[in-house]
Design a protein. Structure first.
Length: 273
């Protein structure tokens, strides 16, 4: 697959959480989290259930709002926006106010997501599912979007299914459509949230293989939450071990998986293996 558009003009930093706290009532899910993901970096979040991993992805999808702190994407404020009379806030020191819905809608376009449940439109063909968002959100020409959608469906191994209804496909095939649909939006950042956990075991490999291809053939920044440690090892530059809303340990994938430095990481890895 061709590389996405030239990003040399962009900052080296794809995502930065600056002392981000997320609370639901008295329950602190993320506690003053500092996290930086470089442009093109592949980072996997691991850790016990309830440790805050999905919340990080939901904040980036603008499904949740931070309680405190600021999220930056591509070197610009994301959870916040420049307030009246402030600087552009690019260095994080400007006069920032919580982002408006309109600002968030604009900024989240560069972020794609693949969920555990694929949520394809059942009344549309596979091709139409992939064409829909580029035409309606990015205002791409429908014919050009269809050419690209066919390319992407070819890349995920579904060239012969373009006219099928999603309900006729296996779970693994539907998830591959969902990956093509996310890529059709030309994301700079792709969030993968437990993309194989709703699949029958025999369908997991085909989805992970497609994602390995995406990692190999594109320069998209990947932020994954997964319990598939083999996949995490293959695609990740870095793995972050979470517990109770904080990063317990961070390291190169092979180092962290083979020689975890923290007791909680060791306990978690022995439980999932
Ligand atoms: P993980 O992905 O690591 O399993 P999550 O980020 O999904 O963890 O959840 C972290 C914590 O936040 C959990 O204790 C969960 O119950 C809580 N949580 C998530 N969403 C909500 C919500 N909408 N209201 C209250 N608590 C929530």
């Amino acid at each position: 697959m061709p590389k996405e558009h030239d990003r040399d003009e962009q900052p080296a930093e794809a995502v930065r959480f600056d002392r981000v706290t997320k609370r639901y009532g008295d329950h602190t899910v993320l506690d003053g989290l500092d996290l930086t993901v470089g442009r093109g970096e592949r980072v996997t979040l691991i850790g016990p259930s309830g440790s805050g991993k999905t919340t990080i992805l939901r904040l980036l999808m603008t499904l949740e709002r931070v309680t405190e702190g600021v999220i930056h994407v591509a070197g610009r404020p994301f959870s916040h926006m420049p307030g009246a009379g402030g600087s552009d806030g690019a260095d994080g020191s400007g006069n920032l106010v919580p982002a408006s819905e309109r600002y968030l809608a604009e900024r989240r376009r560069g972020i794609g997501m693949v969920f555990q449940h694929f949520n394809l439109f059942p009344h549309m063909s596979v091709l139409e599912n992939v064409v829909e968002a580029p035409v309606h959100v990015l205002k791409e020409d429908r014919d050009e979007a269809a050419v690209r959608a066919r390319e992407l469906l070819g890349m995920v191994g579904l060239a012969d299914k373009v006219d099928a209804r999603p309900t006729r496909l296996s779970g693994g095939q539907q998830q591959r459509v969902a990956i093509a649909r996310a890529l059709a939006m030309r994301p700079e950042i792709l969030l993968l949230d437990e993309v194989t956990s709703a699949l029958d075991p025999e369908l997991v490999a085909e989805v992970l293989d497609v994602l390995r291809d995406v990692a190999r053939d594109t320069d998209i920044t990947l932020l994954c939450v997964t319990h598939e440690m083999g996949f995490a090892r293959d695609v990740s530059d870095r793995i972050l071990m979470f517990d109770r809303g904080t990063i317990v340990e961070s390291g190169r994938a092979d180092e962290l998986l083979d020689a975890p430095g923290h007791e909680r990481t060791r306990a978690f890895l022995s439980a999932v293996r």
